[in-house]
Design a protein around this ligand. Structure first.
Ligand code: HEC
Length: 158
């Protein structure tokens, strides 16, 4: 009786592992139902070049105080010296009711492209060319820390 070649055994094992036949129970409906679902093997991460950006809160704080506080105020209360001459006034970045619904993508975009690109006031400047994407990610991270709980806010009954 011919002894099975070790190479052949390895090839078969690799094939079974690759094809998912080995260790596959066939019980998980999330994986066994392929209708309309992109096969796991075809799944690739979206080409989001910001996914890998680490957030640097300290850098974000320093940049915020330099570039944003003149209008939005040191603590996000929109009491920077420039704020009084602006119509509409800069929104309070400390107001959770305003800030929490804003996504990080929107915040990053308004910083990079300016208010006009979002049909907002052009007095919100565009910082493209001044601040890098990393800087903008850091500022966005810091801006989130300015939000304070408003004691007068009453939770609406759902
Ligand atoms: C010259 C004053 C000024 C400076 C400096 C400024 N902003 Fe603004 N910002 C504004 C004004 C005015 C608006 C309101 C635009 C509107 O509602 O039409 C605004 C709006 C915003 C909004 C809300 C956007 C939205 O979707 O409603 C965010 C977030 C913001 N600014 C963040 C920043 C950050 C972060 C910086 C610093 C990088 C900065 N701003 C610098 C004036 C300024």
């Amino acid at each position: 009786m011919p002894r099975s070649s070790p190479t052949l055994v390895i090839i078969i094992l690799v094939f079974l592992l690759e094809s998912g036949l080995m260790f596959s129970t066939g019980m998980d409906p999330a994986y066994s139902d392929t209708s309309g679902v992109v096969s796991r093997k075809k799944f690739v991460l979206p080409p989001n070049n910001e996914t890998g950006l680490a957030r640097n809160l300290k850098n974000g704080k320093a940049l915020y105080h330099y570039y944003c506080a003149t209008c939005h105020g040191e603590t996000g209360n929109s009491d920077g010296f420039n704020s009084y001459s602006l119509t509409p006034p800069p929104p309070k970045l400390s107001d959770g009711r305003f800030m929490i619904p804003l996504s990080d993508t929107t915040i990053k975009r308004v910083i990079k492209e300016g208010g006009a690109s979002l049909s907002l006031s052009p007095h919100m400047p565009s910082w493209d060319g001044v601040l890098t994407d990393q800087n903008i990610a850091d500022i966005t991270c810091f801006v989130r820390t300015l939000v304070v709980v408003n004691p007068t806010f009453v939770q609406p009954s759902l």
